[in-house]
Design a binder for this molecule. Structure first.
Ligand SMILES: [Fe+2]
Length: 137
């Protein structure tokens, strides 16, 4: 079942950012597919490992773009990124403690479908308008 879908409302019109977001969403869909086949617990370690690595680089790239564009709310945006990274780290620790729990799979799914999608739609799209506007000057 398709849980994650790329729509125009997620578009920042910055190719690198949009492509990163698409990849992250496709990884989340992979986990959702595994969940629906009862294989979520087997897939979560890989998905989470990917996210922990990929998201850090992705967020750092976004922050550099914001810095270059002199985006005024960069500190607030950074705090949001740090929140998500910490949540992934906490989840990773929980899985290490209890690898058989399905709660963690649901939790990761919730974090991506809730926090991450919301962050793209609300914050990244807004900041991209600033960055795109700035690049035209
Ligand atoms: Fe962001």
């Amino acid at each position: 079942m398709q849980v994650y879908k790329w729509t125009d409302s997620l578009k920042t019109n910055i190719d690198k950012i949009d492509n990163d977001h698409k990849l992250i969403i496709s990884k989340a869909q992979e986990l959702a597919d595994a969940m629906s086949q009862g294989k979520g617990k087997g897939q979560i370690v890989e998905t989470l490992g990917f996210l922990q690595k990929y998201v850090k680089t992705h967020f750092a790239e976004e922050e550099i773009m914001q810095q270059k564009a002199k985006f005024s709310d960069i500190e607030m945006h950074k705090k949001n990124h740090t929140y998500f990274i910490n949540e992934l780290d906490k989840l990773s620790a929980k899985i290490a403690q209890d690898p058989t729990s399905t709660v963690n799979v649901i939790e990761l799914n919730r974090l991506i479908s809730g926090w991450f999608m919301n962050h793209i739609q609300k914050m990244d799209v807004e900041v991209a308008k600033h960055i795109n506007g700035n690049n035209k000057n």
